[in-house]
Ligand binder design. Sequence first.
Ligand code: AHR
Length: 502
Amino acid sequence: MEARVTAHSRFAVAEIDPRLYGSFLEHLGRAVYTGIYEPDHPEADSEGMRRDVIELVRELDTPICRYPGGNFVSAYDWEDGIGPKDQRPTRLDLAWRTSESNQVGIHEYADWAEKAGTEMMLAINLGSRGLDHARNFVEYVNHPGGSQWSELRKQNGRAEPWGVKVWCLGNEMDGPWQIGHKSAAEYGHLANETAKALRAFDKSLELVVCGSSHSNMPSYPQWEATVLEATYDQVDYISLHMYFENYEENTAEYLALSEKLDRYIGTVSGVIDYVKAKRRSTREVKISFDEWNVWYHERKNDAKRMEEWDWPHAPALLEDIYNMEDVLQVGCILNTFIRRSDVVRMACIAQLVNVIAPIMTAPGGPAWRQTIFHPFKFASTLGRGTALRLDVECPTYDADVAAGVPWLDIAGVHDGDEGSVTFFAINRHGSETLETALSLEGFGAAQSVEHQIIRHDDLEAKNTQDNPQNVAPQEGDGATLAEGGLTLTLPPLSYSVVRVRL
Ligand code: AHR
């Protein structure tokens, strides 16, 4: 099968905000306890943080990390996680029916984030609590001193404010499962008043208001319109979430889901424009896609186990083990974000460690890379610069979720400072190789090309503690410099990164 792709240096989508490659850590399952924090582990540092996990997070180079939830945040009292550890209360977490020991709170997370080389994105509880909780938390975290909450932070050992820029106004408030769920009008009013109070403290904060939990929600997309009409003058981003599943075990359908993602982004972008026009506003509101990933492998089992258990502390939960097929899916999702990077400015893979995550740990044992670690790392480290608007001619297929899905999914990024163009390419076809002619215009002469490929004969192949390298990138030989560009040979169901030095 043949495809033609044209890239031109002047056909640009946007400068990518590096926060497109953000991540997410929730007090859920073993994400925090025995994930990032395990004081008895041989790799633990003096604060109990696992050094082996920090190293893997640094390797992923994720510039921002959302915390502490997720559903967890909607009944979370941040004050439980400050002060002497032996005096912190154990609470019931109603979202996941577990116990929360509060041994990790904002101080521990902030120290960890610094070590892991990531900026904090903090979520506020607008479920069981509201404006007062929000303003006190922001004062605690960001005010230099001389006030009740900032002085308490100092007493608790942190003299300097952390200066956190990005704040999420609640989590998935459209979801009936959420503690303190609200109607769009109720939430819009609360979010706007909270945002006004936070802006009175610091105008430069970047505020994220909740959009839909996914595009199948009955309230979507009216939710976005109502919430934005209430908050447009105060917020900078609207948050969207989407999880990808393949219960039908149909690879072509599964890999077409990124088209649904694209439509979701397009629709919400339209709603933003509608509200902007209606309000005669010049303000720019963008999308923070702050939860996305494959999530289905353990989902039904987990729901059943949760119903039966007796409030355990840090049980294994949402521990999806990813396979080769998920590499392709994650590649298509990241490509969609790159192609939409004019409107999707931030995005967070959900989550980072153990819970639907690229990094897994064994308590007392090693940490390893899940299959999806690799496409995420490629995009995060090489997908920085200017996103290109590619012209793609390629055979397509019709899926239930979308018609005209191209067998080739490709995104390109030009890094002018480094002098490179990088392409991320997925061949969605189950049996045909994609012979692709890629023409490069306006970039100057190409000097060299490198190809890395991820493929496996078994789409179900996974990385485990005993076999952590089963699915991993290898050097490919499918990219050749040609007159005016490149030729690419992309095997069936493969993920490729092609880097051209200019
Ligand atoms: O990431 C897992 C959960 O998915 C989050 O807690 C919630 O926000 C979403 O429904």
